[in-house]
Design a protein around this ligand. Sequence first.
Ligand SMILES: [Zn+2]
Length: 508
Amino acid sequence: MPVAPAKVVAVVRGETAMRAFGRILAALVLVGVGLAAVVLVRTFSMKAPPAADVSGVVVGPPVAVDLAQAAQHLSLAVQIPTVRHQDPAEDVDGEWTRLHGLLDTVYPTASGKMSKVELASRTLVYTWPGSDPALAPVVLMAHQDVVPVSEGTEGSWKHPPFSGQIADGAVWGRGSVDDKGSLIGIFEGLEALAKAGFAPKRTIIVVSGGDEEVVGHGARAAADYLKAKGIKAEFVVDEGQAVITDNPITGGKLAIVGVAEKGYGTLRVTAPAAGGHSSAPPADGGGVVTLAKAVTAIAGSPFPMRFQGPGADTLKTLAPHAPFVIRMAAANEWLFGKLLVSQMGKSAAGAALLHTTIAPTMLKGSPKENVLPQDATAWINYRIAPGDSSATVMARAKAAVGTLPVTLSWDRAPNEPSPVSSTTSWGWKAIAATAGAVAEAPVAPSLVTAGTDSRFLTPVAKDVYRFQPVEFELKDVEMIHGTNEHMTLTNLAKMVQFYARLVETAAG
Ligand SMILES: [Zn+2]
C-alpha cells in the first residue's frame, strides 16, 4: 500500500524527533556518568582536613595517679554545696571558703608551687611560673559553683545530690561532672606532676570561676587581672565539649573540642495596650493579640541554616572516617550542601549547630483573667551563631514585626558569639593530640551552643578551646544540670590523665 506523502513527512519528522531525543538522552547519560565520576573521584580522593593533622606534637606520658584517693577528693568537693541561685541572697559564701580550704589541704605539693589570688565572686587564679618567660602561658579553667537541684526532684536521685557518694563505680552528686570534675581533675594532674618533680618551661595558670552558672563576673575579673599583667596566653582550655561514644556521624567514639561558642541574648517584645475591663475589649483584641502576632512573625522568620563554620566542621573533619554516603556528601558539598543541611537540621541539636536559634520563652499579660493588660510582653531567647551578631538579630526581628505596634529591646546586654579559634595552630595540635591519645578516638572541632566562662578570656588568649575528656553516650548529657549527675571512676581517671599530659605536652 502506497504511503501518503503527509504520512512520509510525519514519519521523517518523527525520526528526526527520535534522533534528537536520542542525542539528548545520550548527552544526559554522559553528563550523568561525568557527574558520577566527579562525585566518586572527589569522594575517594578526599583528604582529611588540616584540623586532623597533629603531626609534630609529642604527647607527654601518663602519670601515676591514686584513683581511689582522687575519687575521695571529688566526693569531698561535691559535698560542699557551692550553689549559685537565681536569687543571690540564697548563696552561702562560706561554702566557697570551705572549697578553697579543701584545695589547699588535699593538694599541698601543687599549691606549694603556685601563687594564688582571689578575685570577684570567690574566683581563684593560680600561677605556676615556667622557667622560660619567653613562652606564652597556658590557662586551664574549671568553675567552682554548681546549679541548684530542682525542688521536688531530690527523691529521683539514686544517691542524694550533695552526698558525694562513691558507689557503682562512680562519684555521685551535683557538680561531679559540671564542673568540679574538671577542677579536681586539673588539681590531681598538677599534684601528680609536682610530686614527680615536674618543672614547667611554660607558665601554667589555673582560673577557677566562682559564679559561672549565673553571670561570670569572676571570669571577667580574671581576664582583667591577666590583661593588667600583660599576659596573652598561648591557649585556654575550659569545659564545654566531651567524648561522645555514639556520635551520629561515624557511630563510634569521637572527641569533640569546642572552638567557638554561641552568643546569648534575650529580646523583650512589648505591645502597649489600653487596659480596662475584659467585658468591653477593643475590636482588634488588644495587646495580647498584637504580641502574639509579633512573636509569631519573629519565630516565623528563622535564620537560614548554613553548612559552614565550626558547627559543620565536625562532620567535615570526620568525613574520611564516616560511612560512604556521608563521605560522598561531605566531599561534594557543591552538590549535596542542601541535603547535608536538611539532614543535620532534622534534630534540634543538629539545627542549633547551623544557625542562630530563636526561642520564645516567657510571656506576660494582665494579672487577672477578667482584666485587659496595660502592656503585654514576651521574652525571646537567642543563641547567636558565629557570623551573626546581636545587631543582625535585632535587625531581623524588626523586619519581621514590620509595622506592628510593638517595641523591641534587649532584656540585658547580649553576649556576642565568641571568635572562632584556630584548628591549625600549635595550641590546637597540642589539645587535639592529647585528647586523641587519652580518649583513643578521632578528634574534631565543633561549636558550643551553651555558654562557658572561657568566653571572657578570649581577649587574653590566642586560642580558646572547650573540652572535658569524659566519655558520654549522647543520652548521658541530660544528667548535667539534671538528675543523677555522676562521674564514673573511668572518666575521672581520663580527666586526670588529660590535664596532666596536656601540661607535659604544652609546658614540658
Ligand atoms: Zn559548667
